[in-house]
Design a protein around this ligand. Structure first.
Ligand code: G1P
Length: 273
């Protein structure tokens, strides 16, 4: 039912300069796989086959990663190393990848709107590759697809964060209608701690209904002077059309050095089991 996943991937990754001077931040590796590959794997696990990537200048490594590399494959064919490409080959064989470029970086909302020609008029998932998510059993996007099936409206993944961290996030407020499900009434992007309506922070997983595009077209720049997805979602929330889902699992903020190291350790320990 959710067939497409949008990956906004045009940002500069300034927090990791100079590593990201010429290399897209989405290509930074956690152990043996680049960040974006984890996101694509999560989408595929949720039954999604069409990956739509919003790229920008200097991001061509992303396209090359999700393609064959004949010379390399020729070199390692028949050796013990050939299996090292299994995880990426699985994605290339089972998914399609389409790309569009964001010409100017005007914010997450603008990046989503840039992806409209790749999505069209259907509900779709969004993955921010910086947020690396590990589900308790099912992946986080799989869990959200199940929530979407029930509510048929936009779904945002949330987690509770310390109030001292809340200014880094989009924040939701509303009524808990089940243990992990909130009917959202309003939301705000990067509030100061004393203005935050709750400590439920949005993390980088969404399912959006396609009316979001029309709303984004008339959304003015908000926090940080950027066109914010959170502001467009607030319009849907005010119409009772947004559910926040407290996912079961763990999320690593790989846009920050500490989250990046924690994710690396997590996958290192997994690989040693
Ligand atoms: C974006 C969103 C924000 C969300 C966050 C999750 O912010 O605008 O609402 O909470 O991702 O990682 P960014 O981290 O890109 O500033």
């Amino acid at each position: 039912m959710i067939r497409k996943c949008l990956f906004p991937a045009a940002g500069y990754g300034t927090r990791f300069l100079p590593a990201t001077k010429v290399m897209p931040k989405e290509m930074l590796p956690i152990l043996d796989r680049p960040l974006i590959q984890y996101g694509v794997e999560e989408a595929m696990e949720a039954g999604i086959k069409n990956m739509a990537i919003v790229t920008g200048r200097g991001k061509r490594a992303l396209e090359d990663h999700f393609d064959v590399n004949y010379e390399l494959e020729h070199q390692i064919r028949g050796t013990s190393k050939a299996s090292l490409l299994d995880s990426i080959d699985r994605l290339i064989d089972n998914c399609t990848f389409s790309y569009t470029r964001q010409i100017s970086m005007l914010g997450l909302g603008h990046a989503i709107l840039t992806g409209e020609p790749l999505i069209g008029n259907e509900p779709f998932a969004v993955v921010l590759a910086d947020d690396l998510c590990v589900g308790t059993s099912d992946g986080v996007l799989s869990q959200m697809v199940e929530v979407y099936k029930r509510f048929q409206c936009s779904i945002v993944a949330v987690e509770e964060v310390p109030i001292t961290e809340i200014h880094k996030y989009g924040v939701v407020a509303g009524t808990m209608i089940e243990d992990d499900i909130m009917q959202v009434s309003t939301m705000v992007e990067k509030p100061m701690a004393n203005e935050a309506p709750s400590n439920f922070a949005i993390i980088g997983r969404y399912i959006l209904t396609p009316d979001i595009f029309q709303i984004l077209e008339s959304t003015k720049a908000g926090a940080g002077g950027e066109i914010q997805l959170t502001d467009a979602l607030r319009t849907q929330a005010e119409q009772g059309k947004v559910i926040a889902y407290r996912f079961k699992g763990q999320r690593f903020d790989c846009g920050s050095p500490s989250g990046f190291v924690a994710a690396t350790n997590h996958f290192y320990h997994l690989s040693r089991r």
